[in-house]
Design a protein around this ligand. Structure first.
Ligand code: SF4
Length: 378
C-alpha cells in the first residue's frame, strides 16, 4: 500500500502521461461525454480513469502489466502500484424487450452508472461546438443510441445495481436549443431511474435561462447537479467553448448560487479543465470563488479526445496540474467541501482527477500535501 499523497502524485502523472497497456483486457471508452479515451482501473483500490488510446500515450513511462495474480502499474521496469481492472459488467449481456442492448443505454464507469440521455448537442458541427467534447462521436460510431428512454434507463439502473453493484447514477445531455438546455428531459429520466432503483443521481446540464427549472430537477429526485463551466479564464472559454461563453462566467455563478440554494452546499459541481492555455491565477481565483458559494470545482487535466477538435493537443504536464491542485486543495479543506459528502456523480466518483484523493488527505491533516511535487516524466 502506498501513501495517499504518493498515490495522488501517481494518479496526477498517469492522467497527464497516460498508461500503456501491454496485454489486452482493459476496456476503454472512445468518444462521448465524460471520461472519453478512458481506461478504467482501480489503482491501490482507488477508482481512476486514465488515457490509454491517444497517440501520446505511447511515450508514457507507465505500463499496465499482467502479473500472476492480478495487475500492476510499472514505471521504467519498477512496480509502483497494484491495479485491478473493472470486470465486464454483467448487465451488458442484457437487452430491452425491444432489442436494445443495455450497454447502448448506459455504461458502467467503475461503480457509477452513466448515460448521456440525449447524444446530440445543438452546438455540434457549428462554430459553438466545445473543442474538447466528443459527444456525437460515439453516436457516429454506432456505440450508443441518440435518445435514451426513461423506462429503458430505469430497467438498466436496476440491473446495474443488482448485477454489478452500481452505487450511483450520472446523467448528462447534449445542450438543447430550448430554454431549459435539456434539464427537463434529464429530470424525467432521473425520476424514472430513482423510482425504480433508489440510487443517488447527479444530472449535468448548461444553465437554464429560467432557473426555476432547478426546482423541477430536484423534485424529480435528483441529488446533485453538475453545471460545467470548464474554464474560469474568459479568453480561453471564448476560444474553446463559445456557446458556454455566451452564458458567461457570471451567468454560471448565478446558476450555481441558485443551485446551491436548491440542492445544498457541495451538491453542485463544475468541471475545471486544465491545459487549454488558461491563466492559473485566474483559474485558482475562480475555483476559490466557486468554493466560497458551495460549488465543488472538479479540477481535471485536459484529456484530448481522439476525433474531437482538440485531438492534436496534449494534456498539461504533471507539474502544471499539481501546481493548481496545491492551491485549490487546501482551500477546499479550509472551507470544508469534501468529495465524500457529494451524493452522486462525477464529484463523488473523482476517478478523472486526483483532487478528491488529495483533498481527503488534506482533510485528514496531512500537511505534506501542500508542498508535494509529483513524480516527473523522464
Ligand atoms: S455543450 Fe459543449 S461540452 Fe456539452 S455536449 Fe455540447 S459541445 Fe459537448
Amino acid at each position: 500500500m502506498i501513501a495517499t499523497v504518493q498515490l495522488g502524485d501517481l494518479i496526477t502523472d498517469l492522467q497527464s502521461l497516460g498508461l500503456r497497456v501491454e496485454s489486452s483486457g482493459l476496456d476503454s471508452r472512445r468518444g462521448g461525454a465524460g471520461p472519453s479515451d478512458a481506461g478504467m482501473v482501480w489503482i491501490e483500490g482507488v477508482a481512476v480513469t486514465v488515457p490509454v488510446a491517444a497517440p501520446y500515450v505511447a511515450g508514457s513511462p507507465y505500463v499496465l502489466r499482467n502479473e500472476d495474480d492480478g495487475w500492476a502499474v510499472y514505471r521504467d521496469g519498477t512496480r509502483v502500484a497494484s491495479a485491478a481492472l473493472a470486470p465486464r459488467p454483467r448487465y451488458y449481456d442484457l437487452t430491452t424487450a425491444d432489442g436494445i442492448p443495455y450497454w447502448q443505454i448506459a455504461l458502467l464507469h467503475l461503480d457509477s452508472l452513466a448515460s448521456t440521455v440525449n447524444q446530440r448537442c445543438a452546438y455540434w458541427d457549428t462554430a459553438d461546438q466545445c473543442q474538447f467534447c466528443g459527444i456525437e462521436l460515439s453516436l457516429q460510431a454506432g456505440r450508443t443510441i441518440a435518445v435514451k428512454r426513461p423506462e429503458h434507463l430505469a430497467e438498466v439502473a436496476v440491473a446495474a445495481r443488482d448485477l454489478d453493484g452500481a452505487v450511483d447514477i450520472t446523467l448528462t445531455t447534449g445542450s438543447t436549443s430550448g430554454p431549459d438546455r435539456g434539464a427537463i428531459y434529464l429530470a424525467r429520466c432521473a425520476r424514472a431511474m430513482k423510482e425504480a432503483s433508489g440510487l443517488p443521481i447527479e444530472v449535468q446540464f448548461e444553465p437554464p435561462s429560467n432557473l426555476a427549472v432547478l426546482e423541477r430537477v430536484r423534485d424529480a429526485g435528483v441529488d446533485s447537479v453538475g453545471i460545467h463551466l470548464e474554464s474560469f479564464d474568459p479568453v480561453v472559454l471564448a476560444r474553446v467553448a463559445p456557446g458556454k461563453a455566451r452564458t458567461g462566467i457570471e451567468g454560471y455563478f448565478r446558476a450555481w448560487e441558485r443551485a446551491v440554494e436548491v440542492f445544498g452546499r457541495g451538491q453542485v459541481s463544475t468541471y475545471v479543465i486544465l491545459g487549454m492555455g488558461e491563466d492559473p491565477d485566474i483559474t485558482v481565483a475562480g475555483c476559490k470563488r466557486a468554493i466560497d458559494i458551495g460549488v465543488y470545482p472538479l479540477v481535471v487535466p485536459l484529456r484530448p479526445v481522439p476525433g474531437s477538435l482538440m485531438e492534436a493537443c496534449l494534456p498539461p504536464s504533471p507539474t502544471e496540474i499539481a501546481r493548481v491542485y496545491q492551491r485549490v486543495v487546501p482551500y477546499l479543506a479550509e472551507r470544508g467541501l469534501r468529495a465524500a459528502d457529494v451524493h452522486a456523480g462525477c464529484a463523488r466518483c473523482q476517478a478523472c482527477s486526483a483532487i478528491g484523493l488529495l483533498e481527503r488527505s488534506a482533510h485528514e491533516n496531512d500537511a505534506s500535501v501542500a508542498g508535494r511535487i509529483p513524480l516527473r516524466q523522464v
